[in-house]
Ligand binder design. Structure first.
Ligand code: S3P
Length: 748
């Protein structure tokens, strides 16, 4: 049985027999027919009038009213698609079982898979290898053959739930059919399918039917629908769906639907109580969490995703060479401070208001994690966030593992906080985070008495056992890391005694500064920071300055591109973060700071950058921790400088979102630059950047660095997978275009 690849205009199969020509079955037949992907489409329907109508509408080539009229004619190239209400699948299987050759592929489109499997077992004894259970996620409230649409499945998802004994060729054929009509095919277990659909599809249908029925019959005002507007319409559209189909689905997936309904009824009862008692905190909590979830889903809907983990929409950047950057811009809020504002605001007593919050995925992951632990957080809305603090001991156990995406800062800082809680917790993240070392936080936390479990090699996920008594330690950090320092200090809030951290070199001190801003005393003495457990945090106002790490891309852009003159406003210039300014100045860059002021305990300034020829330097090692996130961009500056730039003492770069030494060396070499990685740094010989495709290894800063490199390249640069730029710099593309960089975003 040869199956042709989708995409060819050659028929994929011989005959497609669709049993039940409603929206789902009719659309598959019409879709394959329109694309000439099968030699003949045959419909099987109950009523002769429908058969005639289906042919007249061009949905099928021919239609019969009895499956026996066609079943025994079918051969090894043919496919039967059963598209009848879920509980009718058994009688269809019974009708075809004895007549259909085992070489014929049989598949179905029922919304519940467990009951279909049971039906097949009842009829056949076991599910036959020719049967491929499936479910296209493309229904609507429309039904009947007149609703058939050849393009219904374009960019929709189809879930197949093959069993262990499902034949691979039959599976391949069904996959090819769905792909042929433009669908994306996914595979899942039967149980998972029914649980997920029970919650995301069957529950909302049950609620919509019940709501409309309540309004129509139980509320005694006959005029009620005359006043129903958009809200009613949006919420109840699906109550117009086919009643028989939904009757069947509810019965067939009874257990999963009841579990989801019980949970919903519980929550509705709680909401009722919240309204009755005018519990604003509760109401705001439910509504803000729901709004965030729904907004997130709207974004996913645009990509037609069913659940997030199933697909991420990847993008590349395509850059044209040359140009200059000019104007005045404000880059988004500082990532480190945004994370800390949510953490400390949540643990404070009272309501903390934040302005300038970075609405990037990393900081949003932190925000979501605290929502998952019961903190009510309003916003973000244009950088404004309001956090209803719960106090140091007010967090609630999250119902599921906390997912922190790409964010190393979230997982490392939160491990310190979570070690001090009464409940167990777990944190996991994306592919890049899963490779990053967590032993550096787990070790000191264990020394404090925490119980922390990592996956193999000290990597995420992290499992933290609650209810431990933490004791203060005096920790001398083996590496210069603000994340480790912050983690230990945050655990110290919950420890008995005075926790002391000594760093080998100065690292960003936002945690210490912000704790002080929340009224928690932190003593600083040179490389030592210490605090005593058992105090409390008091809510405050926070203004987050623009992120110097994001500003860096534009500082380098203006420095390397002749004719540039760019001002970056309100940039945070905390002394522990200004390595990039110092290094660029040493290379000969033309940077001027003005309007220097202190905002909410952090120094800020406007930075004007004009093009100046750069020269290669030996980067002073004491600047490394002060510019740790800025090196990818600085390597681009080095590639455009005259002479050699040497970096040493920067082995930490190898354990960032990617191995930044290797990733940058590889990319620069592709672009024709002599860049030699060393164990703790790199040697870059300035030269002419060429053209080519560079990999980012899911690292936002690698992506942005190569984007600005195009300003001095001799040809176009394609940056492969720039998706993660959204973690730290959601407006990067907009600002790139605004300042004069020729950047196009393309689907990868
Ligand atoms: C950060 C500290 C740094 C930095 C990261 C943010 C922080 O990491 O690279 O982007 O907010 O504390 P290390 O502590 O690993 O150096």
């Amino acid at each position: 049985m040869a199956v042709k690849e989708p995409g060819t205009q050659e028929p994929l199969i011989g005959r497609l027999v669709v049993i039940g020509l409603g929206l789902i079955g009719g659309s598959l037949a019409a879709g394959l027919k329109a694309r000439h992907l099968c030699r003949e489409t045959v419909g099987v329907v109950r009523r002769a009038a429908t058969a005639e109508q289906a042919v007249a509408l061009g949905v099928v080539d021919r239609a019969v009213t009895d499956v026996s009229d066609i079943a025994s004619e079918l051969g090894p190239d043919d496919v039967i698609f059963i598209s009848v209400p879920t509980l009718a699948v058994e009688s269809v299987l019974r009708a075809i079982a004895a007549q259909v050759d085992p070489a014929v592929t049989i598949t179905d489109g029922a919304s519940v898979k467990g009951s279909v499997i049971d039906a097949a077992r009842t009829v056949y004894g076991d599910v036959p290898p020719q049967f491929v259970p499936g479910h296209p996620i493309a229904g609507s409230e429309k039904s009947g053959v007149t609703a058939a649409n050849p393009d219904l499945y374009e960019k929709h998802r189809v879930i197949l739930t093959p069993l262990e004994n499902t034949d691979a060729e039959h599976l391949k054929r069904v996959t090819a059919l769905w792909q042929g009509v433009g669908a994306e095919v996914l595979s899942m277990s039967v149980a998972e399918h029914d649980e997920v659909l029970g919650a995301t599809s069957h529950l909302p249908h049950a609620i919509a039917y019940s709501l409309v029925d309540t309004l129509a019959h139980d509320i005694g005002n006959p005029n009620i629908f005359r006043y129903a507007a958009g809200g009613f319409r949006d919420f109840t559209r699906i109550a117009s769906s086919d009643p028989v189909m939904w009757h069947d689905i509810m019965r067939a997936n009874k257990d999963a639907v009841i579990t989801a309904l019980d949970l919903f009824i519980d929550n509705l009862t709680r909401l009722r109580r919240g309204i009755e008692t005018e519990d604003s905190e509760y109401l705001l909590g439910v509504f803000t969490r729901a709004k965030t979830a729904r907004d997130h889903f709207t974004k996913l809907l645009a990509k037609r995703a069913l659940v997030e983990s199933m697909s991420t929409h990847k993008i590349d950047y395509l850059l044209q060479p040359g140009g200059s950057v000019t104007g005045s811009i404000r880059v988004p809020g500082d990532k480190s401070m945004s994370h800390r504002s949510i953490m400390l605001g949540s643990l404070a007593e009272g309501v903390t208001e934040v302005e300038g919050f970075l609405e990037g995925e990393d900081a949003l992951a932190t925000l979501q994690a605290f929502r998952d632990m019961g903190v009510v957080i309003e916003g973000p809305d244009s950088g404004r966030v309001k956090i209803h603090g719960v106090g140091l001991h007010g967090l609630k156990a999250p119902k599921k593992p906390l997912y922190v995406g790409n964010s190393g800062t979230t997982i490392r800082l939160m491990s310190g906080l979570l070690a001090g809680q009464a409940f167990d917790s777990e944190m996991s993240g994306d592919e890049s985070l899963a490779k990053r070392p967590m032993g550096r936080v787990a070790d000191p936390l264990r020394a404090m008495g925490a119980v922390v479990e990592t996956a193999e090699g000290g990597r995420p996920p992290l499992k933290i056992k609650g209810g431990q008594t933490l004791k203060a330690i005096d920790y001398v950090m083996p590496m210069a890391s603000a994340q480790v320092k912050s983690c230990v200090l945050l655990a110290g809030l919950y420890a008995q005694g005075t926790t002391r951290v000594t760093e080998p070199a100065p690292t960003r001190d936002h945690t210490e500064r912000m704790l002080t801003g929340f009224g928690y005393s932190v003593k600083k003495d040179g490389p030592v920071a210490e605090l005593t457990g058992g105090g409390k945090l008091t809510a405050t106002k926070i203004e987050v300055p623009a992120d110097i790490s994001s500003a860096t891309f534009y500082m380098v852009a203006a420095s390397i591109a002749p004719g540039s003159d760019l001002t970056l406003t309100h940039v945070g210039i905390n002394p522990t973060r200004i390595g990039v300014i110092n290094i660029l100045k040493l290379m000969g860059a033309d940077l001027t700071l003005s309007n220097e002021r202190v905002v909410g305990g952090e120094p800020v300034a406007d930075i004007r950058v004009r093009y100046a020829p750069l020269k290669g330097i030996d980067i002073p090692e004491d600047q490394v921790p002060l510019a740790i996130d800025e090196f990818p961009a600085l390597f681009v500056a080095a590639a455009c400088a005259e002479g050699k730039t040497v970096l040493t003492g920067a082995e930490e770069l190898r354990v960032k979102e990617s191995d930044r030494i290797q990733a940058m060396a590889d990319g620069l070499q592709i672009l024709g630059i002599d860049a030699e990685p060393t164990p703790d740094g790199i040697v870059i010989q300035g030269g002419q950047l060429g053209s080519g495709e560079v990999e980012t290894h899911h690292d936002h800063r690698i992506a942005m660095s190569f984007a600005i490199a195009a300003l001095r390249a001799s040809g176009p640069i394609r940056v492969k997978d720039a998706t993660n730029v959204a973690t730290s710099f959601p407006t990067f593309v907009e600002l790139a275009k605004q300042t004069g960089i020729s950047l196009e975003v393309i689907d990868s």
